[in-house]
Every structure is written in structure tokens, then in C-alpha cells.
Ligand binder design. Sequence first.
Ligand code: S3P
Length: 198
Amino acid sequence: MTGEPFPPPLRQRLGGRNLHLVGMMGSGKSSTGRPLAKRLGYGFVDADAVIEKLAGRSIPEIFSQDGEDSFRSMESQVLRAIGERHSLVVATGGGVVTIAENWGVLHQGIVIWLNPGRDQLMIRLQADPGDRPLLKTPEPAEALAALLKEREPLYAEADLHIPVGEESPDAVAERILEDLPGVLRSPELQDAPQTTAE
Ligand code: S3P
């Protein structure tokens, strides 16, 4: 990775469409999203961080005080607000794909699934357990497996699938940049671009 902005044609062809990174907790959406945004000259937004800022509370606090349903409605609201903007790389929360209405916003942009696979995810989440309410159970591996079973078919609806191994976030971002032109050739993404204005 040279750190130089990616050649303009790709950015032009994106036409301001947001890039939505989806995938399980621990799949590297935020760490990959930052270098990806930088390379494209895009802004970067971490949807979980926006929710925490708006709520004035951490995500574990929202889950424990208000419950998951309430968190999901805040998440949908924040996603809609982000969808009003353009030229963003958006790191979404791992459960965003489970709410049907969110797909309306996700598909306004390009949806990119970061998929480390179950074993790699477990290694990552053990190394960095974070404060993840849905994995705070006596059997986090089983909780992860159950979530994956439910969500994999949903993540698979993404426009671009990126298998993730042990490579750095920079390398994953580079891989996305290499694969995006192929996605832009697909018929579903041939609509007029949203905007190219800053
Ligand atoms: C969640 C993932 C978290 C956060 C919340 C719920 C999920 O985000 O939104 O704890 O349902 O998978 P990350 O995927 O960024 O960890």
C-alpha cells in the first residue's frame, strides 16, 4: 500500500455511493474501513460510535438498560441518517443485516461482507473480547455459532464477499479496492450515481 489516493476513475465510478461494511463482530469492519476511506478520499463513519454519541451511553449500557430491540431501532435510525450522506465508508454493527428495513439503506450503497470464517473469528474475539453484550454468556463460542448460523445467509446478500485471513486491515482494504470495479460492472449497480458533489 502506497498511501496515495486511489486513482480517480474508481472514485468517479462510485459516484458518491457509500460503502457499507457488514460482518460479524470481530470481522475488522472499523479497522479496515479507516484505511479504505483514506485510500478513496471518502469519509469514515462507525455506526456504533454514532449511536453511543447520540445516546450518551455505551452500547452495553443501552443493551442492559433498554434491551436489544431498543438498540436495534436506534441503529436503524442512525443508518437512515447516515444514508442521507454520500462518499462514506460505513462500518456497521454486526446485527444490522437482521432488520429487513435496514437493507433499503444498505443497498443504496455497495454492501461489502468481511468474512473471517468461524475459527478465525473465535481467535480474534478471544484476543480482543471487547465489551460485546451478545457474547457475554457462559458459552461465547456457542453464542457466536448460533449468530453466525442465523446471519450468514443475510451477510451473503452483500454485493461483495471478502474472505479475511490473518492479513492486515490495510491489505483487506486493498483487496476491496481491487474487487470493487468488478462489482460496479454488475447490472444492479448500473443505475445513475447518487451524486459526485462534495
Ligand atoms: C452487534 C455488534 C456490535 C454492536 C452491538 C451488537 C451484533 O457491533 O452493534 O454489540 O449484533 O452483532 P460490532 O459488529 O462493531 O462489534
